[in-house]
Design a protein around this ligand. Sequence first.
Ligand code: SAM
Length: 343
Amino acid sequence: MLGPAEIRALAERLGVRPTKTLGQNFLHDPNTIRRIVRTAGIGPDDVVLEVGPGLGSLTLGLLGAAAGVVAVEIDPVLAAALPDTVADRLPSRSARLAVLTADAMTVSLAELTDAAQRVRAPHPAAVAADVAALPTVSTDASAPAAVSADASAEPRGAATAPAAAGHAGGGTPATAGPTALVANLPYNVAVPVVLHLLETVPTLRTGLVMVQAEVADRLAAPPGSRTYGVPSAKAAWYSAVTKAGAVPRAVFWPVPNVDSGLVRLERRDPPVGASRKDTFAVVDAAFAQRRKTLRAALAGWAGGAPQAEAALRTAGVDPSARGETVDITTFARIAAAQNQRGR
Ligand code: SAM
């Protein structure tokens, strides 16, 4: 892992001057990194999707625990440097890293799945051992050995290695994508990135993200609480969301002017009865005018206050209630009721 002196030295060597626009505050505390890896609950079967690996301190910790890491970094200088950082410090795991130079808001499921398969693919040395174990069909002793038998000699440059044809490793389905999201997220895009990835990467079963403390409160807020709102309701569509502790600002370089918090996500089945799009339209309308009753707040969405009241009553919701008391299952019921009435 990278401590404070190493983080600064690496940034200096790469000519990296951290920018606020990309939320570049790099972790330099090994204890915090160990805590994140432990709390994420990832195991040797997981492929981690890490958004914004930066200089790689968290990436190194994750590579020690998971089957592999798919790292999505928008900054091309940081993305280009990451494979060498890992090859220098953790050479035995460098084939388990794939780096995509991309925006986490637009990276495609196909790219992520392809990269996940690459990092899961059997180790070349293991393939060599399998091949060596096959019955010999030729006695040509002059034929060169195809692959080194040194099991510790994983190749550099894993990020650009082609996928091993026909191998997905460990019985994994050929379409398997990343299974766990772990990220110290850029604060200005944390909520959209989390929602976007939960929506587009169905193989993600769990997540542990570090976000600004207030955003952690909002994501994990239950209905009826002061901080419950659009992020809480939408995140609950995909997963159970819980806070997993505070992180002091001193563990970053440069030191940010906000505190951070960890948020844990556990994928669950979405509510039934209405689509995500229709349900999120109700959520957006309900919170656009947070202090109004649902009857008034949903009037524009339903085509009038009487229509809103009728949909709410069909869904079994008190029209004088406010959106901040309604959970995501009930929002889906309101959307379903309106759909029924529209038929
Ligand atoms: N994970 C590193 C760590 O903990 O030290 C760096 C975390 S830093 C808070 C956020 C990282 O996200 C930066 O490396 C930044 O360049 C990257 N980033 C910012 N916006 C991004 C986006 N839309 N997609 C992918 N990476 C992004």
